[in-house]
Design a protein around this ligand. Structure first.
Ligand code: FAD
Length: 424
């Protein structure tokens, strides 16, 4: 249970957050805004943080957890060696096989339905939370609320894709067929046939992720937060309270200790007895600084290729792949080569080869994040495991943790996100 210890934190004097990705930063800003002095500890990158290399899409339409029977059914045809985006590297089988077994169990219809309800609840105010956090740090211009497009290259895939999306629960977002003008515009971006497209309204994008990181760090600093560059090696419990110990031996204690280290959160929490079946679900992108792709074009999902293309201020990014493994395993250059082939086949305005990036989504087997208060120490909280939705859910997650720390009701029900669902 999350509240095995009485919350003594109704008047917390300070907080420490481990992890300075978008989840840690959003939480840090939310705490600092509540006048809880906060220290944010982030390590120099061992592996690139997903937060600054993702597709930039505020995906409020994705309230169906990917732990679904449909995902399992689609896996064989989505395998990398068959031209798809799903990769199960043999070298990492010890990491993904147990994860895959848990994933299959999590797809049971009753769990899927509960997951939809939980994500729908968490997603309800995701866009509003982005508006608030960005206007609070003077960076409202970084949020673009123009929705996005999904397009298909053949009549058959358009019919199937459109039917799939029409049947999906998309929460507060809505779908309509692209208009003739929109289809014409899409056709100017690619030499491939535009056989069909839909527009999703209600979703959005971040105008630039590097600018976002800089703005969030500056906003936290300006609010009086303290950032420390260090790697936390150990989490220990002393007198019922969690203490973080850095690689150089420095000890950090606080009324609220929050683990928000993305895919690296698992080992830390396992040190104090939590069961955390997290996996590094790795994705890849290439980015071209030079591009004629219009600045005001919302993200476009080329669904036949499982690829999303986003126009950032800093250039055009093509992202894809779901590679289950370990964060520290070497990147697979075939993934970047495949992205280049897609970009060339689509005739996108992109100066190949483009800058290469790979990073890990923190993913739990039921494709729900872990957000809550630990029962292992009176001052311990966690916020990680946001899989494909970490950018989307960052501010609302930060609001939820800040409310918990302050002893208030969180903005959405956190019971489905309790880490103890994997066993105490
Ligand atoms: C290719 C790709 C595309 C994606 N597209 C989208 C999208 O369009 N929309 C969306 O919503 N999401 C998207 N995601 C998912 C999203 O990027 C992640 O869910 C999110 O970034 C996770 O953020 P985080 O802060 O939890 O973790 P991270 O970004 O991994 O940050 C964790 C930070 O904690 C630090 N850290 C970890 N352990 C320690 C330690 N022990 N001591 C100190 N510091 C530590 C790390 O160095 C890192 O800086 C995408 C992901 C990928 C890979």
């Amino acid at each position: 249970m999350p509240n095995d210890f009485p919350s003594h934190a109704s008047d917390p004097q300070n907080a420490v957050i481990i992890g300075g990705g978008v989840i840690g930063l959003a939480t840090a800003i939310a705490l600092q805004r509540r006048e809880i002095p906060t220290i944010l500890i982030d390590s120099p990158p061992l592996a690139p943080a997903a937060s600054w290399g993702n597709a930039g899409h505020i995906a409020i339409e994705q309230i169906e957890p990917l732990a679904s029977r449909a995902t399992i059914r689609s896996m064989p045809r989505r395998l990398f060696w068959r031209g798809g985006a799903l990769s199960l590297p043999l070298r990492d089988i010890a990491a993904w096989l147990p994860f895959a077994l848990r994933l299959v169990v999590a797809t049971r219809p009753v769990r899927f339905a509960r997951g939809c309800a939980a994500l729908s609840d968490a997603m309800g105010d995701a866009m509003g939370a982005w508006r608030r956090i960005l206007s609070g740090i003077g960076a409202a211009d970084l949020l673009i609320e123009d929705g996005h497009y999904i397009m298909w290259e053949s009549a058959a895939s358009a019919a199937q894709g459109r039917a799939r999306w029409a049947a999906a629960d998309t929460g507060c977002a809505s779908m309509r067929d692209a208009t003739a003008d929109e289809l014409e515009r899409l056709a100017t971006l690619t030499s491939a046939p535009v056989a069909g497209a839909v527009h999703i309204a209600g979703s959005g994008q971040i105008a630039d992720l590097d600018a976002l990181g800089a703005a969030m760090r500056a906003g936290f600093d300006a609010a009086g937060g303290i950032r420390i560059e260090a790697r936390i090696d150990r989490l220990v419990v002393e007198d019922g309270r969690a203490i973080a110990i850095a690689a150089d031996g420095a000890r950090y204690a606080a009324d609220a200790m929050i683990v928000a280290g993305g895919a690296a959160s698992g080992p830390l929490l396992e040190m104090i007895g939590h069961r955390v079946p997290i996996i590094a679900e790795r994705g890849y992108h290439i980015q071209s600084a030079e591009t004629g792709w219009p600045r005001d074009m919302p993200p476009v999902v080329f669904e036949d290729r499982s690829m999303i293309v986003t126009r950032f201020r800093s250039g055009l990014r093509a992202a894809s792949f779901v590679e289950f493994g370990r964060s520290a395993s070497p990147a697979d250059p075939r993934k970047w080569a495949r992205l280049r082939r897609h970009v060339a086949a689509l005739g996108l305005s992109f100066a190949l080869p483009g800058a290469e990036w790979m990073g890990a989504r923190p993913t739990l087997p039921d494709y729900l994040p872990a957000i809550g208060q630990s029962g292992r120490a009176a001052n311990l909280y966690y916020a990680f495991g946001h899989q494909h939705l970490g950018l989307t859910l960052a501010p609302t997650t930060g609001d939820a943790i800040a409310a918990l720390v302050a002893g208030e009701a969180p903005p959405f029900d956190l019971a489905p996100f309790d880490l103890n669902r994997f066993g105490a």
